[in-house]
Ligand binder design. Structure first.
Ligand code: SAM
Length: 359
């Protein structure tokens, strides 16, 4: 799918034509990654963060947030719950927290890998190369880092430099690929100042990066952030601002599936936040094949409020597990068995291994 076609779909409003997009995306999903929905148990291990991302409710400047960092014992309890629920993966996510040390995270990953059959995904921010390399050596399988927008001026406005160093997530994504991780990224939809053209370019970038996992969700303003207060943004030209709506999120999900047919794509919590009754299911019917049930202990969930009224903030792991399985079965899909590794990575590696090393 080329840029003009992506842009055309992003601007499309005719419901009948959009039905064609949903059908194409659903077919591509079925043909490339099948009917299984893989469950990734999400553990939000810490809400400390050194970054000042202009959109995020747990950024360093938000003094109202009560900070927590889970102990290894607490994390291992959640990991055992993931095994008990039959999940194939745990995702350890946090703010960019240097209290999570290179050694500490490596030991934890090694322990999870030794004690369980689970795949381990990390989502710990823009860490140094040596950290990322150590965690990969310890056995981490995947890393998630959204680039949020491919438009450099918008990116710089919402990701202030730290220690005089300009943030560059695309460079980190390339490094993660070289280290052998399955690489996941994505964007928020409807960031103030994001135009249709920027978003079309973001979707093309998914393809250029050959992503193994793609996470997209609506931008939801948090009142205690610069962007939520109406600062740090430069308005898009009239009629060009992407709306942060449910409908736009489905379009981006569907287009992501068509651009990267073999990627693992979650139907996200932010989508469920916009439509608790059916957002996750519609996401699964319009390109997504992954759900990330929260395993974060109930007492920490309200402290990981990256945006207001986040879905499932008052549930516990047992409730999320039961609810999500029922939703998957209700739309005629099955819960995935095993780790749910990326078919995209497998395909890339089989192509690479066919290239003669000594032509
Ligand atoms: N620190 C890690 C990182 O930056 O990748 C992981 C945690 S971060 C909170 C995870 C994701 O939350 C971000 O990539 C961003 O897309 C999303 N997020 C943060 N604030 C948001 C908001 N106001 N609306 C929607 N999504 C948001």
């Amino acid at each position: 799918m080329d840029y003009p076609e992506i842009l055309g779909w992003l601007r499309e409003t005719d419901p009948h034509r959009l039905d064609r997009l949903w059908e194409q995306a659903d077919r591509a999903r079925r043909e490339n990654v099948g009917d299984e929905v893989h469950l990734r148990g999400l553990i939000e291990v810490s809400n400390y963060c050194v970054r000042r991302c202009a959109y995020c409710g747990i950024g360093a400047d938000n003094q109202a947030v009560q900070r927590y960092r889970m102990t290894d014992a607490e994390i291992m309890d959640c990991v055992r719950q993931a095994v008990g629920f039959g999940y194939g993966t745990v995702v350890l996510q946090a703010g960019e927290d240097y209290g999570l040390t290179r050694r500490g995270v490596a030991d934890l990953v090694a322990r999870i890998k030794a004690d369980t059959p689970l795949a381990v995904t990390l989502s710990l921010g823009e860490r140094q190369s040596a950290d990322l390399a150590a965690w990969r050596r310890a056995g981490a399988d995947r890393y998630l880092l959204r680039f949020e927008t491919s438009r450099r001026d918008l990116y710089d406005r919402i990701h202030p430099s730290r220690d005089g160093r300009r943030s560059d997530r695309i460079a980190i994504l390339r490094e993660l690929r070289d280290l052998g991780y399955e690489v996941g990224s994505g964007v928020m939809i409807g960031i103030p100042g994001q135009t249709y053209e920027y978003l079309a370019r973001d979707i093309q970038t998914f393809g250029e990066l050959d992503l193994d996992m793609i996470g997209v969700g609506p931008y939801i303003p948090h009142p205690a952030t610069p962007l939520g207060r109406g600062e740090a943004s430069s308005p898009a030209r009239s009629g060009e601002q992407v709306p942060a709506t449910e409908a736009m999120t489905y379009k981006v999900l569907a287009l992501a599936r068509l651009v990267c047919p073999r990627a693992n794509i979650p139907s996200t919590t932010a989508l469920a936040t916009l439509n608790l009754a059916g957002g996750r299911e519609l996401g699964l019917c319009r390109g997504a094949n992954v759900i990330m049930p929260s395993l974060t202990p109930a007492e920490y969930r309200p402290m990981y409020e990256i945006y207001p009224d986040k879905a499932c903030i008052r549930e516990d792991a047992e409730q999320c597990h039961g609810c999500l399985r029922a939703r998957i079965h209700a739309i005629g899909r099955t819960v995935g068995a095993g780790r749910g590794d990326s078919p995209n990575r497998a395909a890339r590696e089989s192509v690479t291994s066919c290239v003669p090393s000594n032509p």
